[in-house]
Ligand binder design. Structure first.
Ligand SMILES: C[S@@+](CC[C@H](N)C(=O)[O-])C[C@H]1O[C@@H](n2cnc3c(N)ncnc32)[C@H](O)[C@@H]1O
Length: 232
């Protein structure tokens, strides 16, 4: 599926993702048209549908995963004054798409543990959509995503861009009733190790409903030293 969605331009990439049925809502489509991936991915051919290096041993995720996640969070991000959290915000691309979707009264927090990436993501947004910064609906914070960011919660939507060993209960706790969490989670079956993209919905009574959406491949949600190979 992914290789069909390569684009020469942002618009071509989005059109192909829509035609392939991966973008499934008008709001997700509009966000991906209005946020230029080329301003967040500084490699040649930024509109290829695959993960690309952004330094610090990590990647900006593939456009089809962003398209899918934005589609699955459309209802939650469209609520008036929605609050959302993007854990492992990396380049800031998805955080910006989410900020476009929540509108001027909402707030999206990008939480990332590599300070240099946070600095770069701020610059990326400034160059692409300074209005998102000016009206205060986007902010980037340095911190361990496994702890979430309680200060601006509870959240209508939480996206995790790196794979957790187990479902992070702290993040589930920071979901508002009616909120949705999307998180890659490691699964083990016999000798096989893979990742499920897990959707967690918090019901109005506080109980949760989980669903495995598909198998995925993300970098690990880990500590900064391990990611940078500084543990030895
Ligand atoms: C696949 S990248 C996704 C980045 C972002 N969604 C994008 O597309 O640019 C995963 C990100 O998670 C970050 N990360 C990994 N473990 C983390 C942790 N414990 N806390 C915060 N960020 C973390 C990495 O530094 C990396 O930027």
């Amino acid at each position: 599926m992914a290789w069909h969605c390569n684009g020469i331009t942002n618009q071509e990439m989005v059109e192909k993702l829509k035609n392939a049925g991966i973008i499934g809502s008008d709001k997700a489509e509009e966000a991906m048209l209005r946020i230029d991936r080329g301003k967040y991915c500084h490699e040649v051919d930024p509109y290829l549908d695959r993960p690309r290096k952004i330094g610090y041993n990590v990647t900006i995720s593939a456009p089809h995963m962003h398209a899918y996640a934005l589609t699955m969070m459309t209802e939650q991000l469209s609520r008036r004054g929605a609050h959302a959290l993007d854990v492992g915000s990396g380049s800031g691309y998805l955080t910006s798409c989410m900020a476009h979707m929540v509108g001027p009264g909402g707030l999206v927090v990008g939480l990332e543990h590599i300070p240099e990436l946070v600095e770069r993501s701020r610059k990326n947004v400034e160059q692409d959509r300074p209005d998102l910064v000016r009206d205060g609906r986007i902010k980037f914070v340095v911190g361990d995503g496994r702890l979430g960011y309680e200060a601006d919660g509870p959240y209508d939507a939480i996206h995790v861009g790196a794979a957790a060993d187990t479902l992070p209960q702290t993040l589930v706790n920071q979901l508002a009733p009616g909120g949705r969490l999307l998180c890659p989670v490691v699964a083990v079956q016999g000798f096989q190790r893979y990742q499920d993209f897990v959707q967690v919905d918090k019901n109005q009574d506080g109980s949760i409903t989980t669903k495995n959406l598909m198998q995925v491949m993300y970098v690990p949600l880990t500590d900064a030293k391990a990611q940078l190979g500084e543990n030895n």
